[in-house]
Write a protein that binds this ligand. Structure first.
Ligand code: DC
Length: 221
């Protein structure tokens, strides 16, 4: 199976890039951030304060996450509920970032992520795919975009979903989340030593073409 890791900070456009690459290559796309967000949602619903790590850990066995393909689209389920429409709010972003720093939460998702990669040609989008989840991935990308541009993109996404926020607020929350994600003790969001840096600030088609040529080069033969 061919495994491509696509890591990088929030708002770098990883999911758009990964979806486009997966469609071009006929691979599946896996959004691991959605898994952390779903755990965040479950913790919020259980009314557990983010300070109570033990309670969060105790809840994990009851959190059943699965990815399902329906009408060519990937859906994320918490138990039997499609939660895709509920997990992309500022509030759940904060929950996801906090729960993702708990080692047991990461372990809870590790098998699911590795299992998908073992059974499929996949482009997996996340923070620690190249460093921890798939250290032997065929290609590892680390996507970058300027901070202001990332905040602008995320702001537009949130507004389109009807969320009430400002670009400044999104920028501040994004920077706080980046700091939390990149300085945590387990699986910090940093590039793998052998990751290829992919600047996603410019023309989308050019970025796709560059990524495709790297993938082709690395996976030929
Ligand atoms: O990619 P995203 O913004 O949907 O991710 C939500 C949060 O989950 C983010 O704060 C970092 C965390 N995350 C992680 O720790 N490891 C991953 N592989 C993916 C996401």
């Amino acid at each position: 199976m061919i495994n491509i890791a696509l890591d990088g900070p929030s708002g770098a456009g990883k999911s758009t890039l990964a979806k486009a690459l997966a469609a071009k290559l006929g691979y599946i796309y896996t959004d691991t951030g959605a898994m952390y967000r779903t755990i965040g949602l479950a913790v919020k619903r259980a009314d557990i304060s983010l300070e109570y790590k033990d309670a969060i850990i105790a809840l994990l066995p009851a959190i059943k996450i699965s990815l399902r393909f329906e009408n060519g689209e990937q859906k994320i389920y918490l138990g039997e509920e499609d939660v895709g429409g509920l997990i992309r709010t500022n509030e759940i972003s904060s929950y996801a970032s906090k729960v993702s720093a708990i080692p047991e939460v990461r372990t809870h998702l590790l098998d699911l992520q590795r299992d998908i990669a073992a059974k499929n040609n996949v482009i997996m989008d996340g923070r620690d795919i190249g460093t921890v989840i798939l250290p032997n991935a065929d290609v590892k990308f680390f996507v970058t975009v300027s901070d202001k541009e990332r905040a602008r993109r995320r702001y537009k996404e949130l507004i389109a979903k009807g969320e009430n926020t400002t670009e400044e607020e999104v920028y501040e929350m994004m920077k706080a989340r980046d700091l939390q994600d990149s300085t945590r003790a387990v699986a910090p969001a940093i590039p793998a030593a052998d990751a290829i840096s992919l600047d996603n600030s410019g023309d989308f088609d050019e970025v796709i073409a560059k990524a495709l040529s790297i993938i082709e080069e690395k996976t030929k033969g």
